[in-house]
Design a protein around this ligand. Sequence first.
Ligand SMILES: [Zn+2]
Length: 274
Amino acid sequence: MIKNNMEIIALPANSDNYIWIIRSKKNNNAWIVDPGESHRVIAYFQKHKLVLAGILLTHHHYDHTDGIAEIVKQLGKAPVISNAHGPYKLVTQHVNEGDIIIVAQEEFKIIAIPGHSHEHIAFYNPKALFCGDVLFTAGCGKSWCQSAKVMAQSLLKLRDLNDDCSVFCGHEYTYTNINFAAIAEPDDEDIKQRQKIVKFNTKKGIPCVPEKLGIEKKTNPFLRFDSGELKQTLLNKHKLFENFSLGDNANLYATLRAWKDSIDKTGVLEDNVK
Ligand SMILES: [Zn+2]
């Protein structure tokens, strides 16, 4: 897909990860986002005679970083850019909230979005958002080590960004996510429509990532838990999940998360894909 000065290519990795390649349209430079493995990346660079300009890391998890050592060894040294407060040792250029970096002649702003991991960041340009495992298409990542409040704040921070920007997330979970969205908001026409498209594409093996943030705002329950019918549903439902009290965004988010987790375990969200 083409984004003015840059072209963004998906390389599927592991079972459901995406490694993103950002190619400059002006020269042979290319950046890699979250390389969880090396072979396909190196083959792609060699095939297209690309020069490694840098590696962007949203967070330190192995399925986003395992390819780095071999990539740098094979393709040559380049800056490895990530949060100054992360644990990953191969990072060479540390960034913080609000910093601007230039990638393929485009400015990207660093946005801190802790929750899935404490140092998680997003790389944001009005045309493209690389958000790792915090926001997924039609869903969101798990908050492994931090409170529901922190994760809820990060999701709502992303919701403030430009509708027109494309969401490039770290995994392809759109099908199960939109099936949950249809359970969470069964009367929503936008969700029904998106569910049809996602089901069709998934059956054909067509990626459902990226998606426009504007579509996410309309159909992703994890960007909608604080308003409308979904909020009322969650207020009614919170009693099913112990330890949550009524009221703020953190509890609404936590109730939604617990609800999805309970349905995930049953496997029904994966039905009918084959
Ligand atoms: Zn992760």
